[in-house]
Design a binder for this molecule. Structure first.
Ligand SMILES: Cc1ncc(COP(=O)(O)O)c(C=O)c1O
Length: 485
């Protein structure tokens, strides 16, 4: 590791703090002592931890430089599909930092936590309204956690009915967390192939659904960015055989105020607040995956429930059919505050408009790029669209090469190689918050990359060339990760 700045122009080759430190440096000045000096017992002080000695400027520059290596939604468009990183209004961050909410202690009795309980109670109602469902729990801390909570509830419901159901249908366009969650709860996943048009064919579901099957987990819109337009028929088939339908609603940002999940026939659906409702997605959290259910499943929701009794909010754990707690205290409360603030500041009509704009932007990008990249399914998309590298393979250029080259042009790449049903997938989700000028700029650059693929494939295979660190050996990085720089 080289020390000091200036190793690669203005992109500084930053050493570790341990390498930067020099004995005797300090970042503080102690005020003059105004009490008598005392001997300190050696046993109390000891040698101390192996921390480097650093000056104030060492620390400030180190962290400022590291922050400049980062790319975030405040820096530029982030076209990742499925894991939407959209611009979230800063007012919601401010609300989450409100001292009375941020410092509310989770061990305080309900009697002294009325404000935060009211916020959660009302947020549950808002989410019930938005999805069309009857009851909501805010406890799950992520989308996958919401899925798992629902699967535990399905299992509890069948136990209560005295039925033994061991399998669950999962379409090939479902999010990958769905089969994992089902399996954690003891269900065996049965894959359902989607039709040639990228969506479920009710006849395929009918052929697989039986009395040993708990139901189906449908991501809608699915991971191809397509709306499962046969959802009502699919739900009817599952219900007829006594099964339950799980809706993965992480893509609700495409259908807020437009699709009523209960009317579609869904029995339980989770939302990703860290996608649709103003918490930044990515980086592993924190998030929230509230679970919204129909009346039949309400008794199985996690406890405690927040009830309103004589104008006071109380916590109720006396529910014999509940699956119990799935999170300590109330889940990730600051994420809930952001969602509450987002919903109130937007209002119903604007939430609907946000979804309409998300779909419009995705459709715009799809139309602009479909002559350049192979479109996996040439039909109307929702909030994201999926292309592939099928045309560029003729020049021995892959999705990975093009994604890396986008970085040279200052763009974060879209999601690649997902969903798995499309080989060499390039999944673009522009989100509702990008304006036409910015979308046009992104489209132009992506087209320029495709032109380069044809004219000079070698340049793409070497990309990125303008970053501080060039292309990594991803296999080596996965097999032998070097985490210390
Ligand atoms: C459609 C879909 N379902 C489920 C999930 C899982 O959510 P999480 O990453 O919060 O567990 C995601 C992740 O973004 C998703 O896109």
């Amino acid at each position: 590791m080289k020390h000091g700045p200036g190793m690669s122009g203005l992109i500084l080759d930053e050493p570790l703090l341990w390498e930067k430190g020099k004995a005797g440096r300090r970042a503080y000045s102690m005020p003059d002592r105004d009490v008598p000096e005392q001997e300190i017992d050696d046993a109390l002080t000891g040698a101390g931890p192996d921390f480097p000695d650093l000056g104030e400027l060492d620390v400030v520059r180190h962290y400022t430089r590291l922050s400049q290596w980062n790319f975030g939604i405040d820096t530029g468009i982030y076209p990742l599909g499925s894991c939407t990183m959209k611009y979230n209004p800063k007012i919601n961050e401010k609300m989450a930092a409100t001292p009375g909410l941020a410092a509310a202690h989770p061990l305080l009795e309900a009697e002294w936590s009325q404000g935060i309980l009211q916020l959660q109670y009302e947020l549950q109602q808002f989410l019930a309204d938005i999805t069309g469902m009857d009851a909501v729990s805010l406890q799950p801390a992520a989308g996958a956690h919401g899925e798992m909570t629902a699967m535990l509830m399905f299992a509890a419901c069948f136990r209560k009915r005295g039925e033994q159901r061991t399998k669950i249908l999962i379409p090939d366009t479902a999010h990958g967390t769905n089969p994992a969650s089902a399996s954690l709860c003891g269900f065996t996943s049965v894959p359902v192939k989607s039709g040639d048009n990228g969506i479920l064919d009710p006849a395929d579901v009918d052929a697989l659904m039986d009395e040993e099957t708990a139901g189906i987990m449908v991501t809608n819109p699915n991971t191809l960015g397509l709306f499962e337009q046969n959802i009502r028929d699919v739900c009817d088939i599952v219900h007829k055989k006594g099964g339950l339908v799980y809706g993965d609603g992480a893509n609700m940002n495409a259908v807020m105020g437009i699709v009523d999940m209960k009317r579609c026939g869904i029995d339980a659906v989770h939302l990703n607040l860290h996608k649709t409702f103003s918490t930044p997605h990515g980086g592993g959290g924190p998030g929230a995956g509230p679970i919204c259910v129909v009346d039949e499943l309400e008794p199985f929701l996690p406890v405690p429930r927040i009830d309103l009794v004589d104008d006071r909010y109380v916590l109720n754990s006396e529910r014999e059919d509940s699956i119990g707690r799935v999170h300590g205290f109330f889940g990730n409360v600051s994420v809930l505050v952001r969602a509450y603030s987002y919903i109130l500041s937007m209002g119903g009509e604007n939430l609907k408009k946000a979804s309409q704009l998300a779909v419009l932007n995705a459709a715009y990008v799809k139309e602009k790029l479909k002559d350049t990249f192979e479109l996996a399914y040439n039909r109307p998309c929702m909030h994201e669209s999926v292309f592939s590298d099928a045309r560029q393979q003729a020049f021995k250029v892959t999705t990975l090469d093009m994604a890396k080259r986008l970085i040279d042009h200052g763009y974060h790449p879209p999601t690649i190689y997902f969903p798995l049903v499309v080989p060499g997938a390039i999944m673009i989700e522009p989100t509702e918050t990008e304006c036409k000028d910015d979308l046009d700029a992104f489209v132009d650059v992506f087209k320029a990359v495709a032109a380069e693929a044809e004219a000079n494939g070698e340049r793409l295979r070497e990309a990125p060339v303008r970053t501080k660190i060039r292309r990594l050996d991803e296999t080596l990085a996965a097999r032998k990760p070097c985490l210390r720089g």
